[in-house]
Design a protein around this ligand. Structure first.
Ligand code: IPD
Ligand code: CA
Ligand code: CA
Length: 266
């Protein structure tokens, strides 16, 4: 296993312990609001501090982009992209669908990925060119080829509503054409679940790099495809992502693209 992946796994498991301990007494949580429907707890911050400390012990010169503390000062070819608790709204409610997401980019290319679900003790990992794994077992995207037979994941707009009408038009068409749509509430885990074949495709708009980086590499290494809305690879920049089995991915883009507006192109 790549040593950088190994360190990321250690960091994710430590953060998982912090989150699991806190989940035993949700009544104790202090909940802060960053903006409408954007919550942060001391658990998000403690999990992030644990991850950064673990990475820093081994790689003090690497740059870090983390949801709660932002961009570190280091300039480095290596950048860790961290969501210490993806699915905070679920966590606060005791809805057991959230994860820790850690990715490493080298010269802007995603090379290592960890998504850890502390509720199920499921560890999703990938290294570029080395395949994707769930608890050390190789995973692949499902064999689904038809949108009509696919189970899809998505994320509804709930914080920023600029594109809500466009989203709903796409949702309407998608839900009529596929076997079912789910909104589990933690984007990194949604993407990991595409990678292991539990869902056949996923789309969401307005995400941040830390929501997508690890999950995107998992899908690619599991034989799936991911892109932004134009079909290019700039999803970390645009915040809009489409992913799935190769065939379902193409059909998702075909449904989405005619609905794009000038403000929502890629
Ligand atoms: C959120 C979750 C959610 C997605 C949001 C994200 P957070 O992350 O991934 O599924 O719909 O857009 O911001 O804020 O819980 O880390
Ligand atoms: Ca997130
Ligand atoms: Ca988060």
């Amino acid at each position: 296993m790549h040593p950088m992946l190994n360190t990321a796994i250690k960091a994710a498991r430590r953060a998982g312990n912090v989150i699991n301990r806190a989940s035993l007494d949700l009544g104790q949580l202090t909940i802060g609001v960053k903006q409408q429907n954007d919550f942060v707890t001391e658990v998000d911050r403690a999990a992030e501090a644990t991850i950064i400390e673990t990475l820093r012990e081994v790689y003090p010169s690497h740059a870090i982009l983390a949801e709660e503390s932002g961009l570190s000062e280091q300039t480095s070819e290596f950048q860790w992209i961290i969501d210490p608790l993806d699915g905070t709204t679920n966590f606060i409610h005791g809805f057991p669908q959230y994860a820790i997401s850690i990715a490493l980019a080298h010269k802007g290319v995603l090379t290592q990925a960890v998504v850890y679900d502390p509720n199920r003790n499921e560890l999703f990992t990938a290294s570029k060119g080395g395949g994707a794994f769930l608890n050390d077992k190789r995973i692949r995207v499902s064999k689904c080829v038809k949108l009509e037979e696919s189970l899809l994941g998505t994320g509804f707009p709930y914080r920023v509503f600029d594109h809500v009408d466009t989203y709903l038009a796409i949702f309407k068409e998608m839900t009529k054409r596929c076997a079912g749509v789910r909104r589990p509430g933690a984007a990194s885990l949604d993407l990991a679940w595409v990678a292991c074949g539990r869902i056949d495709g996923f789309w969401e708009f307005g995400l941040s790099p830390w929501d997508m980086a690890a999950g995107a590499l998992l899908i690619l290494e599991a034989g799936g495809l991911v892109s932004d809305l134009s079909g290019d690879g700039n999803y970390l920049q645009t915040g809009n992502i489409v992913g799935g089995t190769p065939k379902v991915f193409n059909q998702l883009l075909q449904v989405i693209q005619p609905h794009r507006t000038p403000a929502l192109q890629a």
